[in-house]
Design a protein around this ligand. Structure first.
Ligand SMILES: [Mn+2]
Length: 366
């Protein structure tokens, strides 16, 4: 199968084929390939890496290691790795000097949430986040396209060229698109929908459902409890600090959860994982500039990035004491509320006012 398809590809230069040929040209001839995702990778990052690895293997015979910093914490993401047989290698276990083909997906060099040697220009960068200066110089660069997921870009490269996709790769890409676009609603473009539809023919929806409904530990409910109890509403925004967490993905999950409250336009959640303050920001209005707001909230203390309605950031805390940590968290809260022009005096806890008449919940009645 490989040979005819490759020759068909090489002979054509239709607009759909051009990007794939350019990508393969950039990667061709290399021997040691690392595909790097951002720290604490999400399904979009993981699936994009899986898709790119498939392309390198299929057309160039290059096998790749998918490398990452941080941890894979979220139950769904762990289920994705387990059920689709995906192996990730920690960046601490690899030697960049051995790698002659470095590809970054769903992130770019210089991004605060991507641990990699400074100054190393990757050969390939594919990311739907806004372009960064550090990406310039990559031999193949596809950044900042207004699509909801990087998996959409990779899926399009594959499917527009009528390449058959293995079931696990297709399922991974479906989950990547679905999770980065909130089930194809938020920030999903016609391209995301079209690629998802094409993937549908190859993927396994039963497996996808199994990933999405992954079992969770009891500690997960304790985090929900903390997120709710600590959530304060200021005007039209909620801010909740989780304190220490054992999985940095929890800030994003709780930010999404709280934003469902009908009174809110913004939700900010912070948590401390391994001496770093992680923050996640979600906005639900069309013109939300979450990335810009997150950068203002972090200020000079750390780094942040994101797109329209979703953003994240990190502030290194080092060994600072409790009082200093408190000051930093207060500063983030204030900078955030100033950036969105929320009135700090209009403050109440999330669950205030939401208690409608007390209903009888006793179980020993009757
Ligand atoms: Mn993404």
């Amino acid at each position: 199968m490989g040979v005819p398809e490759e020759s068909t590809l090489a002979s054509g230069a239709s607009p759909a084929r051009r990007p794939l040929l350019a990508l393969l040209d950039a990667a061709r001839g290399h021997k040691v390939s690392y595909i790097q995702v951002h720290n604490n990778p999400d399904p979009d990052a993981i699936s994009s890496a899986v898709g790119l690895r498939f392309l390198y293997e299929r057309f160039l015979g290059i096998s790749s290691r998918i490398i990452f910093g941080g941890i894979v914490g979220r139950a769904e993401n762990r289920a994705m790795l387990r059920l689709l047989g995906i192996q990730l290698v920690p960046v601490s276990k690899v030697d960049y000097t051995e790698c002659d083909l470095l590809s970054l997906v769903d992130t770019q060099p210089g991004a605060g949430h991507t641990d990699m040697p400074t100054g190393r220009v990757p050969e390939v960068v594919i990311d739907h986040h806004p372009p960064r200066k550090e990406s310039e110089g990559a031999r193949y660069l596809d950044v900042g396209r207004p699509v909801g997921a990087t998996a959409t870009i990779i899926g399009e490269l594959i499917l527009r060229n009528h390449i058959r996709l293995p079931r696990d790769v297709a399922t991974a890409l479906m989950y990547g698109i679905k999770s980065d676009t909130h089930d194809l609603s938020q920030e999903a473009t016609p391209t995301d929908l079209a690629v998802y539809q094409m993937l549908f023919g190859y993927g396994d929806t039963a497996l996808l459902a199994q990933i999405e409904n992954a079992r969770v530990p009891r500690s997960y409910y304790a985090v929900y409890q903390r997120a709710i109890e600590n959530a304060m509403i200021y005007d039209f925004a909620s801010v909740s600090h989780l304190g220490r967490i054992d999985n940095p993905d929890l800030v994003a999950e709780m930010a999404d959860f709280i934003l469902r409250c009908e009174d809110l336009k913004w939700s900010l959640v912070t948590g401390i994982y391994e001496n770093t303050l992680h923050l996640s920001l979600r906005g639900n209005s069309k013109g939300a500039h979450a990335g810009r707001i997150a950068r203002k909230a972090v200020g000079v203390m750390g780094s942040a990035g994101g797109h329209g309605q979703m953003a994240g950031g990190q502030i290194p805390l080092g060994e600072c004491d409790k009082a200093t940590r408190r000051k930093i968290i207060d500063a983030v809260t204030n900078l955030f509320l100033d950036a969105i022009k929320a009135k700090k005096s209009l403050m109440m806890s999330l669950t205030d006012n939401s208690l409608v008449e007390e209903t009888d919940t006793s179980v020993d009645g009757d």
